[in-house]
Design a protein around this ligand. Sequence first.
Ligand SMILES: *Cc1c(COP(=O)(O)O)cnc(C)c1O
Length: 391
Amino acid sequence: MTFEQIKNDEQQYMMHTYGRFQTALVSGKGAVVKDVNDKEYIDFTSGIGVNSLGYCDEGWVKAVTEQASTLQHISNLYYSPLQTELSKKLCEITGMDKVFLCNSGAEANECAIKIARKYSFDKYGDGRRKILTLVNSFHGRTVTTLSATGQDVFHNYFFPFTGGFDYVKANDIADLKSHIDDEVCAVFIELIQGEGGVMPLSKEFVNEVSEVCKEKDILLLVDEVQTGVSRTGAVYCFQNYGIQPDVITSAKGLGGGVPIGACVCSKKLSDVMSAGTHGTTFGGNPIACAAAIEVLSRVTSNSFLEEVNKKGNYIRAKLSEMGNVREVRGMGMMIGIVTEKDNAKQVAAECVDNGLLILTAKNLIRLLPPLTITYEEIDKGLSILKKVMEA
Ligand SMILES: *Cc1c(COP(=O)(O)O)cnc(C)c1O
């Protein structure tokens, strides 16, 4: 198969939902991935923050293949020791109380939204159902998570959208307070807006939101789909902010490359989702759980987190000396770059030609390297980026 054949077949047989980079990837190891012509790329994307341990990490491959040859799926009508082990780990790491396992970020967020509305329904009756989200947020592609997404460009074509969402400005506590009324049951935020342009919320704003929510028994839901699993230098980003949310959602990096999502709630919400109120066929799949257990056992030690922060700082320091860089932001190894020439998309495309994969978010360059990337791989990738940025 040549790249041209693959591209033609994609045109002919697949819905045209993605603007793709001009390469077809077929194999990888660590932070290096190869295309169909055997050309190598340094990977600063991890998928989109998915391959936490890089491509085909030895321990991860062993966990997945051993589980695939032991038991690949059972229905959620039966108990699973892998589901319980993963859920226990997630509760211990987050200080939370209960987990619902699903298959993606959007699904984890759907669960969070259902918990918020049912908690309020059970306690206050019908009518207290509004959820505040932030302008420029991103929460997924289902009809309800599109509604939760605070960007007008996503609110097209698919009418009617799920009602009951309202949008407030990030880092503007007055705007948030002015939107709180008797109908609000939850505030749902990303701590670093990922798709919205790698935009961290201020500690002051987040702490004030947390206080206001506590005062009024409004639930604080944190979408950690992109920021979770040690991406930002803490296992979950809320730990960087010193808050304790009522619900967090996790997905992207959790399975290290297999689909898995988790919705994790505090003790107050433990009994909200009762038998029959929620479910999924694939959620908590044994192979996905085995992968996530391996990922969490590897990325949660203090020494690993320190290394994530060190590598993140190293990358940021090198970027700040690079031409065409106006601003570098983010936390840990979630990094956004504002370019002087406002040419992020062009830089990303030219990096592919030069053997480097990077992402964009809005008009920013976005880097989400595998957490296990070596300094040698970082240097190699950054030298390509420098060449393209300064061309
Ligand atoms: C990617 C993402 C989602 C959606 O996750 P999917 O697995 O694509 O459904 C939701 N929230 C945030 C913050 C994300 O970055």
